[in-house]
Design a protein around this ligand. Sequence first.
Ligand code: CMX
Length: 136
Amino acid sequence: MSIRLNHIGVAVKNLPEMQKLFSLLGLKVTGTEPVPDQGVTTHFLPFPEGVASIELLEVTDPEGTVAKFIEKRGPGIHHLSFTVDTGKLDLLCNELRKAGVRLIYDAPKRGAHSMRINFIHPASAGGMLLEVMEKA
Ligand code: CMX
């Protein structure tokens, strides 16, 4: 199984300010997608050659997990997201569970860009929230 960095999720408080900053770094928003299930609208800024993206997370649900994250820890890097080969996510999740790794969902959910997603809890990942996903 191969795994690739897909994006770095960043919880933002001031979207225009962050868009301006990344624009100065040469990264532009190429796609925006509301993900009501996750209480956010996602704004994707791909790196050149499509290697990976920055994902700006704009809060749409004040009770959602990203809103809570900003309230507790302030804006900043929220998660790292990795893609696995299509059809391999369930296998990976089973392997992780068997190894005692704590996953957030019992079964993957639908995320932005029609991906199936799950998360490794920060308690099992050295304080980082890690997303693992595959194309649905
Ligand atoms: N990165 C690192 N640590 C985090 C974190 C994050 N993103 N979010 C929460 N934590 C910390 C909490 O601050 C808490 O730390 P302390 O124990 O030191 O207080 C700890 O993790 C555990 O917190 P918890 O009480 O179990 O749970 P929370 O209510 O804080 O929720 C989590 C944490 C990971 C379970 C929740 O954020 C979640 O379900 N995340 C998955 C979904 C998600 O993040 N969606 C948004 C992105 C969607 C997208 O990209 O489309």
